[in-house]
Design a protein around this ligand. Structure first.
Ligand code: AMP
Length: 618
């Protein structure tokens, strides 16, 4: 049932605000909603125009942006001021995109290769976040225009391989556009939802999502168990797509009619014209056997057979990626229960056939491949709006998260594969008297020593009031919200001093890196265990030495000369053991020191208790 609210200002009834689903694509973007009456997901479009909004921004001489179809017209005529594929720059440094820098016809700033990229248009610099926000703003306005109601909440999709930084950047773009992004969902997960997959409890399925768009290709292997989508592996080529198919057709026609590359380069009208005809031919051949057009007196023709020959190598490349993704997931093609097709280029029959042949079963292609991701996002939005209460979409953490403790050990707070959203907390204390700062270093990974894991963030809890070592109670809590963004909080419970940070790592991990970290943790398991035991023994030894030293300084008057000498020599022996790599030796020296100090520690305790009973401050 839709919620009804009353507008206090006007006294009128109003519907609770709708949450929209947005596919923020590299080439095209679109908005979808669950239709309030039919309850069916629909892509929003104005009258009979397309639901797709090209993800292109053109800046005029005054720096005013135009987004979408109107901006597309400037791609060839004003390339320096026309920004396409901004999504490829999200959360990236120049170093990351260096290899493909030639792809961008506009100016991507390269003076600081390590920090996040900027795009220069005239004298203005734009971050990819700002550029994406312009696209989101356009989508928001379109949706508001069509729905005739304000839109401020959305679910936005991102590729499964997007790292923390890229997800965070997407979220920031939403904020800039005046959209509250309630959830970031993986594109293959959204596509699966649009096919109704994962919407039933107890469902267990392995799904392959094959996504071939205009400029990118990716294949994701997902496992759904009880509503949890786990990305088992992803593979692909971020510079392969329908545009390459168009280019192959242009090349073929150039060969046929003897047009040289030089001619094409120098004649913008010719190159643009051929490219548009090529795309037209490609689309036509998805439903017909032959294409022919008379263009300026030239006949441009292409049969489906020749076309399929032209793109065979491209198809083979994508199938190789499928094979890689399967082997990364340690699965064979027959283990895949369902194949979902995403992206306009999957309309090519030869592509469908190749994918179906590879997996040995028919593909799911009944939902419009351009809209399927946005439709899935709308389904997720509807779930978040509370309209589908039995169902909660969950994701899991790929690697364990924890903090560094004494001796460089990893203390895991949230183990790998934990369902998110999730939270965990643990208490820690200081190891020095009067310690006022506590450094919290957050790590991700499976190894016992933090140096082998990946550091995500570090901060200091400052202003802990002076207390003896071991007395402050610092509670460190980890909260992973539904988008997989980690918030770490540290609070000293006695004084209430607290500090919180949102972990925005500059660079996230690729799937290969995650896999390598997992593999390393298995290969080094035994060695790690031994090191952990040694580090723990050393920490214990150091603590005992510190306590003993303090005790002797304070209670020297209660000890005999022999006791002091015996203690000093036991301490020395322990100190020496700490420099060696033998945990058993450390333990035995700890034991020996305890033996020596036990009698007078007990005596001192008696004195202290006696004094306390007499009402003295100790
Ligand atoms: P997307 O990025 O998912 O919007 O995909 C856009 C790509 O799909 C472009 O390269 C289009 O040329 C391509 N495309 C759209 N319709 C068809 C079709 N009927 N046959 C082949 N490719 C198509």
């Amino acid at each position: 049932m839709a919620k009804i609210a009353i507008n206090i200002a006007t006294g009128s009834l109003q519907q609770a605000e709708m949450i929209v689903g947005i596919d923020l694509g590299t080439t095209n973007s679109l908005v979808a909603i669950i239709h309030p009456e039919s309850k069916i997901p629909v892509a929003l479009k104005e009258h009979d125009s397309s639901s797709l909004v090209p993800s292109i921004i053109h800046f005029d001489a005054l720096g005013n942006p135009t987004v979408g179809e109107a901006a597309r017209l400037f791609l060839e005529t004003d390339p320096k001021n026309t920004i396409f594929s901004a999504k490829r720059l999200m959360g990236k440094s120049y170093k990351d995109i260096q290899e493909n820098a030639g792809f961008f016809t506009y100016k991507v700033i390269d003076d600081d290769t390590e920090s996040l990229v900027k795009v220069q248009v005239g004298n203005t610099f734009y971050s990819p976040v700002e550029l994406s926000s312009l696209i989101l703003k356009e989508l928001k306005q379109r949706a508001e225009h069509i729905l005739k109601t304000p839109v401020s909440k959305a679910v936005v999709t991102v590729p499964a391989y997007f790292n923390d930084a890229q997800r965070q950047a997407t979220r920031d773009a939403g904020k800039l556009a005046g959209l509250d992004i309630l959830r970031i969902v993986n594109e293959p997960t959204a596509a699966s939802l649009a096919y109704g997959l994962g919407l039933h409890k107890d469902e267990e399925k392995t799904i392959a999502v094959y996504d071939l768009g205009g400029g990118t290709f990716d294949i994701s292997i997902l496992k759904i168990t009880n509503g949890i989508f786990e990305v088992l592996s992803t593979n692909g080529n971020t510079y392969l797509g329908g545009d390459d198919i168009d280019r192959m057709i242009v090349q073929y026609w150039m060969q046929q009619s003897g047009i040289s590359l030089e001619e094409l380069k120098n004649n913008q009208e010719l190159s643009q014209g051929l490219r548009l005809r090529a795309e037209e031919a490609k689309k036509y051949l998805s439903t017909h056997d032959a294409f022919e057009v008379n263009w300026n007196g030239d006949i441009l023709a292409l049969t489906r057979e020749v076309f399929e020959g032209l793109i065979q190598s491209l198809i083979d490349q994508t199938i190789q990626c499928c094979s890689n993704a399967l082997s990364d997931a340690k699965l064979t093609p027959s283990a895949i229960d369902t194949i979902v097709m995403v992206g306009g280029s999957t309309r090519v029959p030869a592509i469908k056939k190749a994918v179906s042949d590879f997996f040995g079963r028919p593909v799911n292609d009944s939902v419009n491949p351009d809209e399927v991701v946005a439709l899935g996002a709308a389904i997720q939005a509807d779930i978040l709006a509370g309209n589908n209460k039995d169902f909660l979409l969950l994701d899991i953490t790929p690697l364990s998260l924890g903090i560094e403790t004494m001796g460089g050990l990893m203390d895991v707070l949230i183990p790998r594969n934990a369902k998110i959203p999730t939270k965990a907390g643990r208490q820690y204390t200081t190891h020095k008297d009067g310690q006022s700062d506590m450094r919290i270093s957050v790590y991700q990974g499976e190894r016992d020593l933090v140096k082998d894991n990946r550091k995500l963030a570090e901060f200091s809890l400052k202003g802990i009031p002076g207390m003896p070592a071991g007395l402050p109670k610092v509670e460190v809590s980890f909260l992973i919200n539904a988008d997989g963004i980690l918030v770490v909080r540290a609070k000293e419970l006695r004084s209430g001093v607290e500090q919180e940070i949102e972990v925005k790592s500059q660079y996230g991990l690729t799937d290969e890196e995650v896999e390598k970290m997992l593999l390393d943790s298995i290969t080094h398991a035994k060695e790690d265990m031994q090191i952990r035991a040694l580090v723990e023994a050393r920490t214990e030894g150091e603590e005992i030495l510190a306590v003993t030293e303090k005790f002797i300084a304070k209670n020297a008057s209660l000890l005999t000369a022999e006791e002091i000498t015996a203690t000093a020599s036991a301490m020395q022996a322990l100190q020496l053991a700490l420099t060696m790599e033998d945990k058993n030796l450390i333990h035995s020296k700890i034991e020996e020191l305890n033996e020596v100090t036990r009698p007078f520690a007990e005596r001192a305790m008696d004195v202290a208790v006696g004094e306390a009973l007499r009402g003295r401050v100790i």
